[in-house]
Design a protein around this ligand. Structure first.
Ligand SMILES: Nc1ncnc2c1ncn2[C@@H]1O[C@H](COP(=O)(O)OP(=O)(O)OP(=O)(O)O)[C@@H](O)[C@H]1O
Length: 308
């Protein structure tokens, strides 16, 4: 069976807050799946429910077809980094991993392997309490990889990483997926997932908003947008907006136009004697595609009402 995470009609309520509200999705093998939504959308809660760290009020979450709590050797089935700073500060990095390996029946050799893999080999004897946030993230990732699991979950993994670290983690996630693993990574920033995710699960207020391939999402968002290069940006904006288009400034001499066909735009600009040098299909960013996706979901970003 291919490695997967399956979430089915999952529900979790904390007093008056419904954190996860009937959520269903599948994370497939061989892909990086981005798990996105604004702060408080329910991403971390969903991940905790998948890992059996919390009990759902309804529905179920399965890892490789079984609930986490019924897995006999969980670290060899799923590795996760939810809160990288949750470390024993006095324990040395290597000892932290050795203890985990020992208590999970994993060979000692894996400890050196994963320390090497995350770039912490030279810091193996340092105490975790002296680690920067970025090093803590790397140690958390080493722990997640220890059991060589086919399923991996990362909650906001770029937090605290410097630009080199961000590139490193992107490449790591891509290579883990290329090895056939199922990788779920949460973020509230779309830009972080632009070059990483193959698939996207978007949620808002605990509910599913979209379950889509990134390529499809970008193609749809790019389809009706045309980029126009003109030295007379303001005039072009006026002419095209008057004809009913939505015009967005994209650079000193570039506007992105939505709602008009290319030949209509050339005609309008020529008639108004507004010169332009180039007209081409706009390649939407993941951020733009995400805004399209969530437009209309009016309550999406609003905080839940306090009933008191
Ligand atoms: N242990 C808890 N007790 C009470 N409320 C909680 C608890 N954990 C989460 N919540 C609430 O559940 C909702 C979902 O929170 P969650 O942390 O899952 O969102 P998130 O999408 O991970 O947000 P972020 O991007 O900020 O990490 C929020 O309203 C949060 O306040």
């Amino acid at each position: 069976m291919d490695p997967t995470i399956e979430v089915r009609a999952l529900r979790k309520r904390y007093r008056s807050t419904v954190a996860v509200d009937g959520l269903s999705f599948t994370v497939r093998a061989g892909e990086v799946t981005g798990f996105v939504g604004p702060n408080g959308a329910g991403k971390s809660t969903t991940m905790r429910l998948i890992l059996g760290l919390d009990t759902p009020d309804g529905g179920q979450a399965l890892v490789n077809g079984r609930s986490y709590r019924s897995l006999r050797t969980p670290l060899t089935q799923v590795g996760a980094v939810l809160d990288a700073s949750a470390l024993h500060p006095g324990r040395r990095a290597r000892d932290h991993l050795l203890w985990m390996a020992y208590s999970n029946g994993i060979s000692k050799r894996r400890v050196s392997d994963v320390l090497e893999q995350v770039g912490l080999a030279s810091a193996a004897r340092r105490r975790a309490g002296s680690f920067s946030l970025g090093m803590q993230q790397r140690l958390g990732i080493a722990a997640a990889l220890l059991g060589d699991p086919p399923v991996l979950m990362f909650d906001e993994p770029v937090n605290g990483l410097d630009p080199d670290g961000i590139v490193w983690i992107r490449n790591l996630m891509r290579s883990l997926a290329a090895e056939g693993r199922a990788v779920l990574v949460s973020s509230h920033l779309m830009g972080e997932l632009e070059d990483t995710a193959d698939h996207l699960i978007a949620i808002g207020r605990g509910r599913l908003i979209a379950d889509t391939s990134v390529a499809e999402l970008l193609a749809t968002a790019s389809k009706d947008r045309i980029e126009v290069t003109t030295a007379q940006r303001t005039d072009a904006t006026t002419v095209l907006a008057n004809a009913g288009a939505t015009v967005t400034v994209a650079g000193p001499s570039t506007v992105v136009v939505e709602g008009l066909a290319g030949d209509q735009m050339s005609q309008l600009l020529s008639e108004a004697r507004v010169p332009f040098s180039e007209m081409r299909r706009h390649r939407a960013s993941l951020e733009e595609a995400y805004m399209d996706l969530t437009r209309g979901a009016i309550e999406f970003a609003a905080p839940p009402e306090d009933p008191r």
